[in-house]
Design a protein around this ligand. Sequence first.
Ligand code: XBP
Ligand code: MG
Length: 252
Amino acid sequence: MAELKCLLWDVDGTLADTERDGHRVAFNMAFEEAGLDRRWSVETYGELLKVTGGKERIKFDIQRGDMPDMPDEKVAELHARKTIHYQTLIADGLIPLRAGVLRLLEDAYAAGITLGVATTTTPSALDALIEHSLGKVWFDRFAVLAAGDIVPAKKPAPDIYNYALDQLGIAPEHTVALEDSGNGWLAARDAGLKCVVTINDYTANQDFTGADLVVSEFGEADRPAVDVLINKHNLGDVHHVTLDHLRKICEA
Ligand code: XBP
Ligand code: MG
């Protein structure tokens, strides 16, 4: 039985549905600007999401022959332009937080639970989302922002979670991860964390066997009840995910 002391948040797909209308659009803007013919459709991008990290995703598309070959420096330049386009889309307020995210963050913060971020995305992309979708005050409320290339191996490797826990000096048994994808779940699991998964259109059919709670969204009291796909600890009827649920999962 371990007390809940820390929540580690994934970003893309968990805090907000950033992939289809945010990252994907920004990649295509960068491709167009660079004079490349390639565009990633909604469907193609879904396939490409199995590769975590934007630079890695571009390289994968090159290696499978769908984009012209280019040196790593060009990939990095292309990705840097993509990040700028992404920041602009986020600043335009196009991507709202998912239901229940702000409530859970506020409840946990008020309860003195340590909050952190563990994401594959680029630090400046994360900063844009915090500033424009959450609010600047959250820069001080997250005790660690672990992002991008800070670790060499991205999710599904557990490294980004291990890094965040090291920075915080908190043991995995006191921590619950909030994730949206199969790769994120594997990373959390292999870091020894309990994990709540909030699926989305891109991740709904992925394998979350073994996860502690899998729901369609965190939900809210005044929204319809969430769909519960896995309820490993028999939390009873879950209308929306609460801090109390997260405590019970950690203590299970
Ligand atoms: C999701 C990712 C990221 C984003 C794109 O990260 O895999 O690569 O798709 O962001 P997470 P970048 O779910 O861990 O938040 O282009 O900045 O990599
Ligand atoms: Mg994610």
